[in-house]
Design a protein around this ligand. Sequence first.
Ligand SMILES: [Zn+2]
Length: 349
Amino acid sequence: MNAVRKQSFEARPEYLKANFLEHIAAMGRPRDWQYITHAPPPDGDVEVLLEGFVLPRESVRLHGLAACPICSPESPKYMKGHLLWSRVDGGLYAVGHCCGHHYFQDGLLRQALRRHSSSERRKDDERLLEHNWMIPQAIVRAWDGMQPQVRALDAVTNALRAGMSAGLCRSIHRMVKDTGYLLVSEKVDRKEEMRGALRSIEVPFGDRPLAGASLLRGGSRPMAQEGKIGGLVAAIDAVAWASQDDAIWWMCEQPDGELRRLVSIVEEVLDCMRAALADLEALRAFLDPDNVEIITAWSRQAHGRGQRIQLFNEEGVISIWRGGKRQKKFRLPASILQDAGVVPSLERP
Ligand SMILES: [Zn+2]
């Protein structure tokens, strides 16, 4: 299409904004508007008449996207654009958001777009979400499959903590973190240095490392992974787009802050889901009958009678004894052993 300037305005035609919006609502394409010059605007003074207009959903459905005169004059590509007025030739130009801030060296447009000054960040967020438009749905689905297991994980972990005591869980976790083994004190006779004084050093206990101890990390607060993940998933559920178009539409209408928030919620929930699956695996390894036996044997050596911990897994019935008294006895929920599925992953575009 030839770049014919349709009309020239000496003063900024503020009064045409409403007419322009009516036109795109009814006709779809900005370039068909009687005042638009479908060409790249000339260098120099350019003002933004209307910043960030968005083609109405219905008009895109009927007429398709709009062509950006700067980067794709013949093939429609944008939904969000800017209506510009050139002081140099008086023309009106509708350009895509794609080009707005890259093309013009002129300060005026920059200024108008400063509100989007995190525009690079926004672009990254948009690209990421556009590329992963299925991910909100995938997260909601994955959580549906995983929730019973995570609920059981919380319940069993909290029962272990309560039965063994949070303090002992913490110290086991600390001990095992470096070497994989529980530690016991061994008295050594350092004759040369100490002239017969007995000293003790810590040595690894037994011939097998303790599995799944990462589960025992953390403070005395109960684990609430179900609540945390569930809350994040609920926030994402609101944007479980049915199509890529829906996703793009949603993004067009969101301020930068909302896009950023969605991206960080998605990243956080995926991290939490991966952590929960790792904990489930750790829990299964930890509760293996031979593995809990390591704790019982270690405690027999490491603690006095009154402090000693005994842990048993007898065909899925877990019992925890402390100082000769039974603290907890419960049957492992069947869901612990079921497959919790796969956490969707975010693909970098
Ligand atoms: Zn463009």
